[in-house]
Ligand binder design. Structure first.
Ligand code: ZN
Length: 113
């Protein structure tokens, strides 16, 4: 049972899993910090690496009806957020294909330049 190779971001500000510190996203991929997750604040990202997705399910969130997939850390299986597959409301379409990471489950790593 080989362990999958993790991917890494080459960026000075990385967002990583709070448990295993796998890289999940970076500051350059951050779209917005003004989101609400299941456990409080959440961030919207363009790309997430080292994640794995659950099955799509319809869910009503604060801003409308969506098809979303739960997003887990590939290394330690922690539930870290979700991915928007489809938004039914026109002004929410920009979220499609984007990722939510819950602030509570990620840590920010900053490298000195
Ligand atoms: Zn993890």
């Amino acid at each position: 049972m080989g362990r999958e190779f993790q991917e890494y971001f080459e960026c000075s500000q990385i967002y990583a899993c709070e448990i295993c510190r796998a890289h999940l996203s970076s500051h350059s991929q951050l779209i917005s910090k003004a989101f609400s997750g299941r456990d409080g604040r959440a961030f919207l990202f363009k790309t997430v690496i080292n994640g794995k997705l659950g099955d799509p399910e319809e869910q009503t969130l604060l801003s409308g009806l969506y098809i979303i997939r739960d997003l887990y850390c590939k290394s330690c299986d922690l539930l870290i957020g979700w991915k928007y597959d489809k938004a039914y409301t026109n002004n929410q379409k920009y979220k499609e294909g984007k990722f939510i990471l819950e602030r509570y489950h990620i840590v920010k790593i900053e490298w000195d330049k």
